[in-house]
Design a protein around this ligand. Sequence first.
Ligand SMILES: O=C(CO)[C@H](O)[C@H](O)COP(=O)(O)O
Ligand SMILES: [Co+2]
Length: 225
Amino acid sequence: MRPVSYPLIAPSVLAADFTRLGEEVSALKQAGADWVHLDVMDGHFVPNISFGPAVVKALRPCSDLPFDVHLMIAPVDPYLEAFAQAGADQILIHIEAGPHTHRSLQRIRDLGAKPGVVLCPATPPEAISEVLDLVDIILVMTVNPGFGGQKFLSSQLPKIRRIRDMITQSGRDIRLAVDGGIDAATAPLAIDAGADVLIAGSAVYGKKDYATAIAALRTHVAKPK
Ligand SMILES: O=C(CO)[C@H](O)[C@H](O)COP(=O)(O)O
Ligand SMILES: [Co+2]
């Protein structure tokens, strides 16, 4: 049984107009979004630099939606407290960022945020088997992390299916999110594979009407298993 029968939608502000970031975040709730996805990049773990905890903190008053903070940084430990204090509700770290993912996930929980683990396209599903009991969210990257606007990698669909089975077997309430190249055409593929959260940058902020763009991502209902 899937934990939710509809996908949650988490627009990525990476694709927003940075000159009006506060307004761009404020607009999401009215448009029907469920979470705000914030991509943090360090120019080291990924070949791009975005923003840090000061920007998350500045945006916090702009929305009461959960802030889903995707850390594409290494190391993660020195920055977890800063992101929790900035108002992150959910902090997601890459299994590849290491070296002590198990401890880092426990630390996120201790800081009062929901812990999540992320897998790059080259990482097999089994890489997260020993941290399933620590996470509330699993995020499968459907592009190589670092940039918005890339093409969805359909090679990741078997991994999404496998992780959905792992979640079912665990008996835990864990969201399964997909991130990268999600639009109205690829969303149904991810949903049928078992995803229940769609992260979308260009497919929301690249459109004029955010409510219509979000509704277009939600039209597909998961095929019964
Ligand atoms: O984590 C990310 C990139 O590393 C972004 O969340 C992702 O790329 C969203 O952008 P788009 O929907 O345009 O692909
Ligand atoms: Co992301």
